[in-house]
Design a protein around this ligand. Sequence first.
Ligand code: PEP
Ligand code: MN
Length: 356
Amino acid sequence: MKIQSVHPFLGNIGQPIIISGPCSAETEEQLIETAIELSKTRKVNLFRAGIWKPRTRPGNFEGIGKEALLWLKKAKELTGLRTAIEVGTPEHVEHALKAEVDVLWIGARTTVNPFVVQEIADALKGVDIVVLVKNPVNPDIELWDGAIERIFNANVKGIGAIHRGFSKFGNSKYRNIPQWELPIELKRRHPEMTLICDPSHICGRRDTLFEVAQQALDLSYNGLMIESHLHPEKAWSDSEQQVTPENLVHLLDSLKIRKQGGTEKNQQIELLRQHINLLDKELIEVLNKRMCISDQIGTHKKENQLTILQAERWIEVLESTVKEGLDKKLSKEFIEKIYSIIHVESINRQNEIMNH
Ligand code: PEP
Ligand code: MN
């Protein structure tokens, strides 16, 4: 499966492709006014709008439906902006093609279902259109790649991927956790495929959009999909993450676009390095968490007048980590060295707590 870039169709080479527009088409006026404002910025390559909205819970706004396709067509005629919508069934595809929508995307809740993806692929057989496949809600690279393969097998040659983060349980700074290593692996498998980041659905809020967008560009993504609304606080869906067209411009103007380059081989090395960088960040994060818990133990020892060094515990930790390491083909010497450094640091911190 050799997937070619759709960059030349979607945007200007060397510049990130910018896809923007409201989470949902709400009214004709809202849709057309937004398209006009976005086209005035001259920074947007593609106008997005949700016509059918897959909602996690029933009772929320589920989209206007096919009536909004007429508004979208009008918006395109007035502004010249090409259009993109989400399709979740073969019927959606049929309506979208009739209404001459330029780009279709498959949403995260659809990518998880091979039956539905296959039905969509069948409806797209041989059609000359660009299809962007969002990652599934769960971090499963095979499911994502499998959906791409189904669309590819339908002879749709204009394929790209959108990274919108992965579901979580519990608290996180993100609405959907980025888990950057998955899109990096996807890019390794398909080096030429256009990869777009959707910071809006990763962040779920406005104030962190910039940092996620910048990180995506630093990881050589080809473009960004960012939701925009004339009055974000009044939006019928995803109101907390949408930005005004004016703020979209501020955000885009603040992004640093660094040069990519090098041969394909160098780019492969670059991807592997980026992967290492992400793992190093995780390593530091885990070390920090471990030291914080060790500090709590230090406080407890102080309150209960216990000694810092409890030899049996240390022997137990060392034995179990060496065993764990050997299972993963990490040598005994390596684990012992690392753990004695970690142990000494813990003891020093606990000592500090005991004596201050
Ligand atoms: C959307 O783009 O509005 C959307 C519903 O996205 P996702 O499939 O990523 O949740
Ligand atoms: Mn949305």
